[in-house]
Design a protein around this ligand. Structure first.
Ligand code: HEC
Length: 149
């Protein structure tokens, strides 16, 4: 019994350590590099410029630029609150049950996509994984975002 308790506690502790250790530098940047950089890198326009000329950029297969920590945060927290979550969600939280349209880029098979989604979720914070927009999000939900550098 003692050993069992230690085992359970041990796995809880290691899980929370793992969740706390997900950082942009160590985990998200490399994943972003392999999965997202092709269309959101230095050749892509910043969000403001993208919005002004969206059709033109989409035709070139370019989304808004998000190649630094600060730029990526704009799609997590502010001003494009929840955009990253809406686009990457696998359908568990979307109104129509369909995955967001960037989910497909998380990997070449479902296992890989799920693993990488878990990494993004752990980075943003399981509690903070909401698809809400700026007008609907609460201050508490915003404060729950971890997104460690
Ligand atoms: C093949 C090109 C391509 C890849 C790879 C790609 N994206 Fe995109 N992404 C786009 C384009 C084009 C748009 C703009 C059109 C749209 O909104 O769907 C976009 C839009 C987005 C948006 C919405 C931005 C906004 O204006 O609100 C987010 C967030 C996003 N992508 C995140 C990602 C992430 C994270 C990855 C990597 C897992 C990724 N994308 C991979 C092409 C791509």
């Amino acid at each position: 019994m003692k050993r069992l308790t230690a085992g359970i506690l041990g796995s809880l502790v290691s899980f929370s350590v793992l969740a706390d250790e997900i950082t942009y530098r160590e985990h998200i940047q490399p994943l972003w590099q392999s999965s997202c950089a092709a269309c959101h890198g230095a050749n892509a326009p910043y969000l403001g410029a993208f919005d002004e000329n969206e059709d033109k950029y989409v035709k070139q297969n370019l989304g808004p630029r998000m190649d630094t920590y600060a730029d990526l945060l704009m799609f997590v927290a502010w001003p494009d609150t929840g955009a990253l979550m809406r686009r990457l969600d696998d359908g568990q939280n979307t109104p129509d049950g369909k995955p967001g349209n960037m989910y497909q880029y998380l990997g070449s098979n479902e296992t890989q996509r799920q693993q990488n989604l878990d990494l993004f979720k752990a980075w943003v914070g399981e509690e903070a994984w909401t698809l809400k927009r700026k007008k609907d999000i609460t201050k508490e939900e915003l404060m729950a975002i971890k997104a460690e550098y």
